[in-house]
Design a protein around this ligand. Structure first.
Ligand SMILES: Cc1ncc(COP(=O)(O)O)c(C=O)c1O
Length: 393
């Protein structure tokens, strides 16, 4: 049988970087996706944590359509009404002290900007980040990322890695040239591993006492994914910069850095052609309004607990541990995750890996309780069927 057009053309003409799955998505609504043959999937990937307000969200689609007829592009050298409104909105939601916004187009770009702003602000060069942390794939952000680095050396010098949730090792790793510490609140790609609240508070104090900036990467955790608008609210910690992307604009590419007053000055020293374009800003405003109006942070907390309870009762034998913060769920298996993720797709549930043994679930926050019940049942069954005999002991 001839493969459908999308896969055929992508396989023929796409430059291969992604390990492709045998699923070709053409349509979506809420937490459901369909392929060209009409097969339905419950989406527990959400475009890797992007589609928090759901696929085909009417409010976001209308905002994009309206803005696209008005003005799509407007570089940062000119003022723009909708961009100003988005900046004010982001600041109004931010932890205290973060009063300025830099807009760009992706998570890795947000981290690049934060690294440059940290050097400009402190005049220092070094960075300390966590083992298993992930901050992006461009050379600067990759330098702060624990894995995927080897073939791209030499990277930006001055980056050191310390074990997550270990203050003593961080104290030992910093020196007089350390500009910033970079952390995720829940390590996403690293296996859905939450930071301890006490650790975050200690790191905040330690950085403040030693003139080191604290950069929190909320690219994956931001915008209600963990049950708060920003995950650092769980620890009541205000960083010096927060990097954002993924869910910020309902699927339209956008990244952002929220900056405390002491960051900079950086006038004339950084920028982006597409950063803060009115189309993405309109999508972001509609997305954030939707998140607030539908209490998606509360929904994320409640639905996350439901999902976890359904997966845990009783815990399937091949599962070592389930880690869950809001609708960010990591199912750590005693064997490899890949066969389970592939079998799940065949049964109509799309899930993600997070390291070799973790199945990660990042569904749209609008997923219904009925969809959660169905997905949880299929996931439990699939884990039991797909894990090798012995992995359950
Ligand atoms: C925590 C974190 N930071 C940064 C990034 C990079 O974002 P992007 O793929 O938009 O460059 C990701 C992407 O998965 C991420 O999870």
């Amino acid at each position: 049988m001839t493969p459908p057009e999308g896969p055929r053309l992508e396989d023929r003409f796409g430059f291969e970087v992604y390990p492709k799955r045998n699923v070709s998505i053409v349509n979506g609504r809420g937490a459901l996706l369909w392929d060209a043959a009409g097969h339905e999937y419950i989406d527990c990937a959400a475009g890797v944590g992007v589609a928090s307000v759901g696929h085909g969200n009417r409010a976001v689609a209308d905002a994009i359509a309206l803005q696209s007829r008005k003005l799509i592009t407007c570089p940062g050298i000119f003022y723009n009404d909708i961009r100003g409104r988005l900046m004010a909105k982001l600041v109004s939601l931010s932890p205290r002290g973060l009063n300025r916004v830099f807009l760009c187009n992706s998570g890795t770009e947000a981290m690049e900007a934060a690294l440059k702003f940290a050097r400009l602000t402190t005049g220092k060069h070094g960075f300390v980040s966590a083992m298993r942390g992930f901050h992006g794939r461009t050379l600067g952000a990759l330098s702060a990322t624990f894995r995927l680095r080897d073939e791209f050396e030499p990277l930006v010098p001055g980056h050191r890695f310390v074990p997550f949730n270990n203050l003593k090792k961080m104290e030992e790793a910093v020196d007089r040239d350390t500009a910033a510490v970079i952390l995720e609140i829940v390590q996403g790609e690293g296996g859905v591993r939450p930071a301890e609240v006490s650790y975050l508070k200690q790191v905040r104090r330690f950085c403040g006492d030693n003139g080191i900036l604290l950069i929190i990467d909320e690219v994956q955790t931001g915008f209600a994914r963990t049950g708060k608008m920003f995950a650092c609210e769980h620890a009541d910690v205000s960083p010096d910069m927060i990097t954002l992307a993924k869910a910020i604009a309902g699927g339209v590419p956008m990244g952002a850095v929220l900056c405390a007053d002491q960051i900079g000055p950086a006038a004339g020293k950084h920028g982006s052609t597409f950063g803060g374009n009115p189309l993405a800003c309109a999508a972001a405003l509609a997305t954030i309004d939707y998140i607030e109006a539908h209490d998606l942070a509360g929904e994320s907390r409640r639905k996350g607990r439901l999902f976890r309870d359904l997966l845990e009762q009783p815990r399937p034998a091949p599962v070592r541990e389930i880690r869950q913060v809001g609708l960010m769920i990591g199912i750590e298996l005693k064997s490899r995750a890949k066969p389970v993720i592939e079998a799940l797709a065949e049964k109509g549930v799309l899930a993600l890996p997070a390291g070799p043994t973790v199945v990660r679930l990042l569904p749209p926050l609008v997923i219904t309780r009925k969809q959660i019940r169905k997905a949880a049942r299929i996931i439990r069954e699939t884990i039991c069927e797909s894990c090798p005999v012995g992995a359950g002991s």
